[in-house]
Write a protein that binds this ligand. Sequence first.
Ligand code: SF4
Length: 573
Amino acid sequence: MPFGYHGCYLRIDVATGSATRVPLPESILRQHLGGSGLGARLLLDEGGASVDPLSPEAPLIFAFSPLVGSPLTTSAKFAVVSRSPLTERFNDSLASSGFALAGKGSGCDAIVIVGRASALSVLVIDDGRVRLEPADDVRGNTCAAAEETLRARLGAGFRIASIGPAGERGVRYATISHDGRHAGRGGSGAVLGSKNIKAVAVRGTQRCEWAHPREVVALSRDLSKRSLGPATAKYRELGTATNIVTFNRFGTLPTRNFQSGTFEGAENLSPAQLAADHPRTRASCVACTIGCEHIYSTGSGGVRVEYESLFALGSLCGVSDSDVVLRASKRCDELGLDTISTGGTIAFAMECVERGLLDEPWLRFGDGGAMLKAIELIGAREGVGALLAEGSRRAAETIGSGSIAFAPQVKGLEIPGYEPRALQTMALGFAVGTRGADHNRSGAYEVDFSDKVERRNATLESVRYAIETEDRAAIMDSLILCKFLRGVLTDFYDECAGMLRAVAGWDVTADELRETARRIVAAKREFNQRAGWTLAEDTLPERFLTTALPNDAAAVLTRESQSPKPKSQTTSP
Ligand code: SF4
């Protein structure tokens, strides 16, 4: 068994309660690392591409990494991998904190869950021993309440990942939550709910040896020191919420279901204004020196706010009341809803109402009360909430009348807070992303905002940059390190290879890791191909390809611009 790994995964059938330890060959671990990469490999091998994601046979995978348990900053993370019930394609979402440490302490590198329990249950994994317990006392509970109740029942040593009411009811973008963080995108909460599992509780004491402990400690000290430098200052001091002002200034802030890139209420949602109106504290994930979390008080407890939630529940729905946006974000966390897909689907419905395609006259852009009501209906799958719980693509298929043209999604996944017409390297990343429109797998907006490309005019260089950001994300999501660390790593592949050498003892090089990145991305694409992907899916909604951005006439995308020309053939800004 290599250092840093247990060399096996735990395969649990919750229909029977049986558990098997399946060996993982060293070659598989070296080729796929852990997290998203290992999860992709296991999902392929388990046949996840050919089964309905909400069927008992569908595998749901919690995948850990070789760095979990080391002092390397931001490494206490886990990946949740499955076929998405929202997109029907590959889905991986990451979350942080003690669940990663306790899960790896169970003596395995991944947990694969199949089957369906006969009644709502808690899956308990106690130092590798598996049992199911009734979950009647936490049925309908919010994620945080379920976690608190189960820790009181099972013991403080347990770490718990749970679903909220939305996951129990099969909302297609339900989250799995742990310690206030969320494996958010793509509906892994609905997959766990379909297995009649309310929560997974883990406790474990099994530790992995490191190949070169002194080097691990030295690298960790150096990385921690550098993580406090200027590359992360923005995250520490203001949080990602500051993007709302920056993006508005550039005219790239998606507003009213992508009908504009500027929002007149953006300043109300700025970190300065949020902090003026709502007492703020800072926090961090376990084993993180950066501490990017900014928790704002809502009067009924705090809510951790990121740019993506602010844009989706703010400008995208035309809502500028910061109190409403914070309450909406908190309610999504409680119900176990992905904020981007929630905001995107509600904004789509608001435009349908505006165009007379949906008979819900109360659901209007800018009406914060209506947005809060819609969130409740989605969580309960009641009224129009039953339609919106399916996500914007399926809702558009039901509503018809050409509404799919402005459903804000790629492959069914609602688009994050980056206007594609004005950020065209990012647009490319969105179009080809294996998970759908995905800012976590394509960080190409950073390239768009640099002087490397002209952001309104994609070139072949844009293609290269889009590939580069996707490859780096594949390594970060597999090792697993927080994306906010990316600016700290000066020689990305070389430094990542150094960490892996110190932990696992392999003579891995930067070039080998480049190859590993491509292998992991290819595994995700292979999954999609087996699941029915066609080239026609790698595109953007019609709106973006036929209409210029209203606030920026130069921000135009066409079908032809999806086949970029060399830089010399394009016009200058
Ligand atoms: S930088 Fe933020 S998101 Fe990343 S590990 Fe630290 S606290 Fe968590």
